[in-house]
Design a protein around this ligand. Structure first.
Ligand code: WT7
Length: 633
């Protein structure tokens, strides 16, 4: 039974029901899944904890809902179409039945290697089908996966391994990305020098790069599956058992482990996938994200596979071997729904129309955007040149923490409005509040975006630190989930996301905490103090701008700046490397010692027309120096 909304009036009707009787609404949606044991209670919500439980005491396995539930009707249907980095290499088309067998076989292998229900398993892999198999096998045996984007450095990987006390790491020899051949296993080896919990490393062969295998710890993927059967009985999990941990940056401290549990995540990712993209059974769907991010979890793997969809997985990058690669792939597989980021759109827009010209793109029915605000220019370019003016564009707002798409048009149902995430999905109750937490009702209002009622795929905690969970999300406005984003409801009641209101920068759709980048910069022995802010960037949305006080004796500024950039790359990864570093003799500070970031943001944005009140500064004279150094004209 499908829960697909068919019309605007259908949406309005469903939305009303979901707000008036949320439990009844979600119980009806959840009925279409396979439960080993039904729930006793749809929702329990303790605002104080805060603790949320959905489908309490139900038993299930998410992979039974992907495989066993679909095998009779579409065992032979393509589950994953895998397109390699190099178009001259053979692709792989994996049916539901084959993916099921691969998952079962690897589930048996992981269990034989000692992984048990509840154990944490790190997945540090390129975009290859085995990465999907790895996630699904963890889910099948009840191990908790934590995928770490394979572009992160060894020290970022080590931090995550330590935080979740991982028992196993699944990885590959190397990673083909564009013209690069990136070592992967070597990064794992370096990380494991700093950690103590990992007992086994399973290495999937991809690039034939030379790797060092530590005896009794490291095993080849193809060896561990060799003797294993392709039949496996799924573990029975509780609705609230952990499905995965995914680390994400916040405004303070180290990245936190966002925890998602089983049943609510299953129900919501499937429901939102089917409705936002209006997926039909013979469609080919492609999301260009990496499985290292939540978009890859919810809308390459779980949402589509739970819907019995064909999901395309692309190993490479948009510009390799030519800037028309995305469009070539769309034509090659007759892709119907295409989902990407504003950064990718802007980068391809900058290449002009020539790379698009050879391709028809006539299979496209829906195009989507995610990860950062999409500016109107990029929206129109995407709509006109990729969607050819006749594909609904879904600008989907959500977060690692929300698990699934929260505010978005439903393709072809919600009238499109450029750069507006538009309207909430059924079950989602966003509100806009002022600084004091008063709800700003009605239209034409602007403030901070909160969600006032739980939804099934909401994060349950931050791993190992429930206090941090409460402080981060539920203390700004008690009893409500605070998103960290600013938003506006316009005269039509459509929501437009304005971007982060906290110390989080959104670089190419990737979240970076300013504190996290500052800490990395501070690791350079010559750095005394650093302050990091975001600034508008034509392609990336936001760039990273660092002001540093350092000891410059006997070293040129050029070399120093290069070294600092490299330090950040080593500690976090290339995505966190500052675009601009300005050496300063001081930072604007208030009498209480707080850095006045507002001023630093303005200077970095080259907008010094109105610096606001600087009377509380201890050292106002520093502003002139900073402006001069930034060469703002
Ligand atoms: C932050 C969450 C959700 C998957 C990828 C990012 C920003 C996300 C939109 C959008 C404007 C958006 C927000 C949000 N964001 N989608 N459609 N319009 N902003 O997940 O890394 O958890 O980042 O991305 O600022 O808070 P994430």
């Amino acid at each position: 039974m499908s829960n697909k909304i068919q019309s605007l009036s259908g949406y309005i009707h469903e939305y009303q029901k979901s707000v008036n009787e949320p439990e009844k609404f979600w119980a009806r949606i959840a009925e279409s899944f396979h439960w080993q044991k039904p729930w006793d209670n749809v929702l329990s919500w303790d605002k104080e904890g805060p603790h949320v439980k959905w489908f309490e005491n139900a038993k299930l396995n998410i992979t039974e809902n992907i495989f066993e539930r679909h095998l009779f009707t579409h065992g032979d249907k393509a589950a994953i179409i895998w397109e390699p980095n190099d178009p001259s290499e053979a692709n792989r088309i994996i049916s539901y039945r084959e993916l099921f067998e691969l998952t079962c076989q690897f589930s048996n292998a992981m269990q034989a290697q000692g992984v048990q229900k509840g154990d944490r398993v790190i997945i540090y892999m390129p975009m290859i089908p085995e990465a999907a198999v790895a996630m699904l096998a963890c889910a099948r045996i009840g191990a908790v996966h934590s995928v770490v984007f394979a572009g992160f450095s060894s020290s970022a990987l080590a931090d995550r391994i330590i935080d979740c006390e991982a028992k196993m790491v699944l990885t590959s020899d190397g990673n083909f990305r564009g013209a690069k051949n990136i070592p992967v296993k070597a990064v794992v080896d370096e990380a494991l020098e700093k950690t103590s919990t990992v007992e086994r490393v399973i290495v999937c062969k991809r690039t034939d790069a030379e790797v060092t295998m530590t005896p009794d710890r490291d095993f080849w993927w193809h060896d561990v599956i060799k003797e294993e059967s392709a039949i496996h009985a799924a573990e029975s999990l509780d609705a609230e058992d952990l499905l995965f941990i995914l680390y994400t940056s916040g405004s303070t401290g180290k990245p936190k482990g966002v925890v998602h549990s089983t049943a609510g995540y299953l129900v919501y990712t499937q429901y939102s996938f089917e409705n936002v993209f209006q997926y039909n059974q013979n469609d080919v769907y492609w999301c260009t994200a990496d499985i290292g991010w939540i978009t890859g979890h919810s809308y390459i793997i779980y949402g589509p596979l739970l819907s019995g969809a064909t999901t395309l997985m692309f190993e490479g990058v948009p510009t390799y071997p030519h800037p028309g690669r995305f469009w070539e792939i769309v034509d090659k597989y007759r892709v119907n729904q295409f989902y990407t980021s504003p950064t990718a759109i802007r980068a391809l827009q900058a290449k002009g129309l020539e790379p698009i010209a050879p391709f028809k793109l006539d299979s496209l029915k829906v195009i989507g955007s995610v990860g950062e605000p999409i500016n109107e220019e990029a929206w129109h370019w995407y709509h006109d040149h990729i969607g050819k003016g006749n594909c609904p564009l879904v600008d989907t707002w959500w977060q690692t923490e929300t698990g699934g798409i929260m505010i978005s048009p439903l393709a072809g149902i919600t009238p499109n409005k450029p750069a507006h995430a538009s309207l909430p999905l059924p079950g989602i109750q966003p509100i806009i509040v002022d600084a004091e937490g008063n709800e700003l009702k009605g239209n034409n209002v602007e403030g901070n975006l909160c969600i006032k009622f739980p939804w099934p795929s909401m994060l349950r905690t931050t791993y190992g630190d429930h206090k941090r969970f409460k402080e981060t999300y539920f203390s700004a406005y008690p009893g409500m989930y605070f998103t960290g984003d600013g938003a506006k409801r316009d005269h039509d009641g459509y929501i437009r996301i304005l971007g982060r209101v906290d110390d989080v920068i959104n670089v190419s759709g990737h979240r970076m905490g300013t504190a996290e980048v500052e800490n990395a910069i501070n690791e350079h022995p010559r750095v005394v103090e650093a302050a990091v802010v975001g600034f508008p960037h034509d392609i990336k949305g936001q760039g990273i701008y660092a002001y540093v006080i350092c000891d410059e004796e006997g070293i040129t500024q050029e070399v120093l700046i290069d070294e600092i950039k490299n330090t950040v790359r080593k500690i976090i990864g290339p995505i966190a490397k500052p675009d601009e570093i300005q050496v300063v003799s001081g930072l604007p500070k208030t009498r209480s010692g707080k850095i006045m970031r507002r001023i630093l943001r303005k200077v970095a944005s080259k907008d010094i027309s109105n610096l606001g009140d600087t009377s509380t500064l201890l050292n106002p004279e520093i502003i002139d120096e900073i402006i001069r150094g930034a060469q703002v004209s």
